[in-house]
Design a binder for this molecule. Structure first.
Ligand code: SAH
Length: 241
């Protein structure tokens, strides 16, 4: 069933124009059809009762939760255009709670202050769409593009930096992943195409980030993000016997 993030007032569902277009033109929904609507993290079953004007009403609340048990924040160095978009989309599918974008010494992509606001708006549209598609009840937060000196602003209980110079057996990564306890927030830091400068790794370690290896091969920045998040999600979603 199609899912949208909307607003519920009384029993009435309000969708953004983009979602109305998707529902009516792309999905060609009919009167009587049901959709799922997420309002403030809660999922509801709703029914389309009329077009022109569009009237969608709540049927009942659903007790569904597709969120990871732990909050994951992906701190990703800015990478070029469509690859950045892909990372945002896939990170959402893989369950992250927050994405912080980072300007590092070797990031090629740099934005001016006013450009950042426009980009963040566009990035948030990608996150919303990906959250709807992957049936999440939370849209990952993305509200800041920071430089490396502000890494200390990102708060987490367990922090790791995927460092290409550590490439090799994955024990360091697995050790950190296996140490994740319920309720703890996890931060994963991924570098740009050009990798991290040594002083950046030192600063991260000073802030409590553990250096981890994502295997023997050097992955592209986007692959590194997918790999790290997939392994973490897989570990966290194992059902306890
Ligand atoms: N140009 C660099 C590689 C950068 S890869 C070089 O040739 O050395 C981009 C980012 O992906 C890295 O900064 C790191 O965060 C991550 N990464 C890629 N492969 C990795 C690996 N095997 N182990 C840990 N991190 C890795």
């Amino acid at each position: 069933m199609q899912r949208y993030f909307g607003k519920i007032i009384g029993r009435q569902v309000l969708l953004e124009d983009k979602d109305v277009f998707h529902l009516t033109r792309v999905m060609r929904a009919k009167v009587g059809e049901k959709i799922e609507v997420v309002n403030e993290g809660e999922v509801y079953l709703a029914q389309i009762n009329r077009f022109k004007p569009l009237e969608i009403d709540v049927v009942r609340r659903l007790k569904e939760n597709n969120e990871l048990p732990n909050k994951i924040v992906l701190i990703a160095a800015l990478i070029k255009g469509d690859k950045m978009d892909l990372v945002l989309q896939k990170a959402t599918e893989l369950g992250v709670d927050e994405i912080v974008l980072l300007e590092t010494e070797r990031t090629v992509v740099k934005f001016k202050k006013d450009e950042k606001e426009v980009k963040i708006k566009r990035f948030n549209a990608i996150l919303k769409e990906a959250a709807e598609q992957s049936r999440r009840s939370v849209i990952p937060h993305l509200f800041r593009i920071i430089d490396f000196d502000h890494l200390s602003d990102v708060d987490a209980d367990i922090k790791m930096i995927a460092y290409e110079e550590e490439a090799g057996p994955t024990n360091s990564f697995n050790k950190v992943v296996e140490s994740i306890k319920p309720g703890k927030k996890v931060a994963v830091l991924i570098g740009p195409e050009g990798g991290f400068a040594e002083h950046e790794v030192e600063l991260a370690m000073h802030l409590g980030y553990k250096k981890v290896s994502l295997g023997k091969r050097i992955l592209r920045a986007e692959t590194a993000a997918f790999y790290a998040l997939s392994v973490i999600a897989n570990h966290l979603e194992k059902k306890n016997a």
